[in-house]
Design a protein around this ligand. Structure first.
Ligand SMILES: NC(=O)c1ccc[n+]([C@@H]2O[C@H](COP(=O)([O-])OP(=O)(O)OC[C@H]3O[C@@H](n4cnc5c(N)ncnc54)[C@H](O)[C@@H]3O)[C@@H](O)[C@H]2O)c1
Length: 358
């Protein structure tokens, strides 16, 4: 069987859950709750092999990946003990990675100030990475785009899990096309998260002819993503991508409150979302829907990442260059070409079914 050589940028809570998910499947029978496909193309979740890891936190740089994914301030719960990987966390370019509230919890390694895009690209080439997964903090536009440029330089497929513009940056998106490598983004949807639930409910109401009059989506949590997003400057991208997803679902979302709404430290990786939809139905009768959903935030991201990584590898094998629009509407909040929940799912399934036939 083949393997997928995965490099990670940002060894925080999502990276922790992704690495744990791969180990969970490797140690078990191959099955795991929440996995939509045992195989995508020729690849199982356990075929992901982590070959490089970049961070800037001096407490993580130099550690084996297995240790770094449980080092503070990672908030993801430990569901499985990961064996030492033999891969040490390397320093990446700091740029705007640590700002706002993160200054209190992340201490950048001094060498991160000198590390360049060329250094990252060279390392990706040495380890023969297939896919680079970008899991940097929201708001780190320069740093996210630096890793995207390194992926272009090294000819490595890129997954932008953050809301920062990569698929939506015309120059960078064009560079992926010229380099002949796939690009997936922007801003990962969670597997069954607030955006997915919210857009699916809107689609349901609209399919019955109801009109959505008002709606909101409030989210609270206690991991470093929420700490970072408590700074309005850093949260701007997340608000934009959440509204974009609601807009694609078919409502005017320009003034909808949908975003991170509070850092509550003791919640750790538990995230709670509150969704309200007020709609009008037959004879202008009222319908009010209130939903509260609690999830572990980071495994919820890993559920999508195990699909995105395998699709990126399959797309590269099939010579797909630039944004993989067929799957991004399902996997991301702000893809280049958005689609309603049901349409995004259908296109994703068609892509995976076609990969199984090739
Ligand atoms: N369910 C989810 O958790 C979810 C869903 C969708 C999108 N996302 C997005 O995924 C991203 C990662 O989320 P997370 O919870 O893992 O965040 P996190 O804060 O736990 O991890 C971010 C990591 O990036 C590191 N970092 C900062 N600057 C860096 C740089 N220049 N180079 C390398 N590493 C750097 C930090 O030290 C930290 O380890 C965020 O942008 C988040 O919004 C998360």
């Amino acid at each position: 069987m083949g393997e997928i050589r995965v490099a990670l940028a940002g060894i925080g809570s999502c990276a922790s859950s992704l690495v744990q998910a791969a180990e969970f499947v490797r140690l078990g029978s191959g099955a795991m709750n929440g996995i939509m496909y045992e195989h995508i193309g020729a690849y199982r979740v356990s075929d992901m092999r982590f070959v490089a890891a970049f961070d800037v936190d001096r407490r993580k740089v130099g550690l084996d990946l297995a240790k770094a994914i449980v080092a503070p301030p990672v908030a993801a719960e430990i569901h499985v003990d990961v064996e030492p990987s033999g891969v040490s966390v390397e320093v990446g370019p700091l740029l705007d990675g640590v700002d706002g509230n993160l200054v209190d919890v992340i201490e950048p390694d001094p060498s991160s100030l000198e590390t360049t895009v060329d250094d990252v690209a060279a390392r990706l080439a040495v380890v023969e990475a297939d896919v680079l997964v970008c899991l940097l903090p929201t708001g780190a536009t320069q740093a996210v785009q630096a890793y995207a440029r390194a992926a272009v330089q090294a000819g490595v497929a890129f997954i932008n899990a953050t809301p920062e513009r990569v698929v939506h940056d015309p120059e960078i998106a064009a560079a992926f096309v010229s380099a002949g490598v796939p690009l997936l983004g922007d801003d990962l949807r969670s597997h069954l998260g607030a955006t997915t639930l919210h857009t699916a409910l809107i689609e349901l109401l609209k399919s019955r002819g109801l009109t959505v009059a008002n709606t909101y989506q409030l989210n609270v949590g206690g991991n470093t993503d929420f700490l970072n997003l408590a700074d309005p400057k850093r949260a701007a991208g997340k608000m934009r991508t959440k509204r974009s997803a609601l807009h694609t679902a078919g409502i005017d979302a320009s003034s909808v409150s949908a975003g991170p709404n509070g850092f509550v430290e003791y919640l750790g990786d538990d995230k709670t979302c509150f969704i309200r939809i007020e709609a009008t139905s037959v004879l202008d009768s009222n319908l009010v829907l209130d939903v509260r959903m609690q999830v572990e935030d980071s495994p919820n991201a890993a559920g999508v990442l195990v699909n995105a990584v395998r699709v990126a590898k399959v797309a590269a094998e099939q010579g797909h260059v630039g944004s993989v629009d067929e799957v991004c509407a399902f996997l991301f909040k702000n893809p280049r070409v958005g689609a309603q929940e049901s349409v995004g799912l259908r296109k994703f399934r068609e892509y995976v079914d076609a990969a199984a036939r090739n």
